[in-house]
Design a protein around this ligand. Structure first.
Ligand code: C5P
Length: 309
């Protein structure tokens, strides 16, 4: 419970990673409209930071800077604000809590890398520490699942299997460090729109299942085998909505990537390479093609949301 005096008067800073879906298998929509998923998430070293400071009681505000900041709503739609309010409502003396959040973004907005979800996860953790709330990991994960399908994974990090609508996560045995090249698109993609297109173009969708070849490849830590097993059922829908992405994927594969796919609902394209050197070479060569807005390298797996100050 929160005490009368702010226990963390200078504020709390949390760093939170982006995610890639190494496999994203999608089933037919459930009665609630969400799609059953069988997915393998990996957290990668591209981070947003969320800083939380005390504000007047019942004052919840957010400021956003960095990559795509002008595209992020700062009102009640903002997932970090919703996270803070949810935590205060369920676990705090709501009337005496308030927070001023600032988000420094490096994860592109509407990029298929769980940028918004990661901000929700980071805000939950930052506010729990700021307000000195007595809540354990399971409690945070329950709130995270209410906020969005990808939010629990952003708390967990590493490499994990996701089921349900993506919110049920368990760590998987994975060896090795993976060197990724990420190609950011000029325009974002709306996740609901990509799922809608998936529904329009698919009939008789079987229950989703993660490919055993991917799980074996992760167990053995063989990047070439992981690269060959990458799969995303949303990719055809994302490519229909942004046909230029096909060129980006093909270019990366021609330039030597071990595997390539659209991350989540896109439009970010993720390329797996064999080493740090190979990732540097690929990112330089892909930049020269001029097909994307920008290119970043990242490694995975990395840990989930962490307090860094
Ligand atoms: O859970 P989250 O709020 O991140 O989901 C955003 C949107 O993506 C949902 O409103 C829904 O349209 C779609 N979605 C889905 N099935 C999932 C996850 C997301 O249809 N498993």
């Amino acid at each position: 419970m929160a005490s009368a005096l702010p226990p963390n008067p200078v504020g709390v800073r949390v760093r939170v990673p982006a995610k890639i879906n190494l496999a994203l298998r999608v089933g037919a929509p459930r009665a609630d409209g969400f799609h059953p998923l069988a997915t393998v998430y990996q957290a990668v070293s591209l981070y947003d930071e969320v800083h939380a400071e005390w504000a007047e009681p019942d004052e919840f505000e957010v400021a956003v800077s960095g990559e795509g900041a002008d595209l992020v709503p700062t009102d009640e739609r903002n997932l970090a604000i919703r996270a803070a309010r949810l935590l205060a409502r369920r676990h705090g003396p709501y009337d005496s809590l308030g927070v001023s959040l600032s988000i420094k973004k490096a994860i592109p907005v509407a990029g298929g890398l769980a940028g918004g979800s990661s901000n929700g996860a980071a805000a939950l953790l930052a506010c729990a520490v700021l307000w000195d709330i007595d809540i354990d990991h399971d409690g945070l994960r329950t709130l995270a699942a209410e906020l969005g399908s990808d939010v629990p994974f952003a708390l967990l990090g590493g490499t994990a299997l996701g089921s349900g609508r993506g919110e049920q996560v368990v760590p998987v045995l994975a060896r090795g460090n993976y060197h990724w090249v990420l190609a950011f698109g000029h325009h974002g993609l709306s996740t609901p729109a990509v799922y809608r297109r998936f529904d329009e173009r698919s009939s008789r969708v079987p229950p989703p299942e993660v490919p055993p070849t991917l799980m074996n490849a992760l167990r053995s830590g063989d990047p070439a085998a992981v690269g060959a097993a990458l799969i995303n059922d949303l990719q055809p829908a994302a490519l229909e909505l942004q046909p230029r992405l096909r060129q980006v994927l093909d270019a990366g594969l021609e330039l030597g990537a071990l595997g390539a796919l659209v991350s989540g609902s896109g439009p970010t394209c993720a390329f797996l390479t064999s080493s740090e050197t190979a990732a540097v070479d690929l990112s330089v060569a892909l930049s020269a093609e001029g097909l994307c807005r920008s290119i970043r390298r990242a490694t995975g797996p990395v840990s989930g949301a962490r307090v860094i100050g």
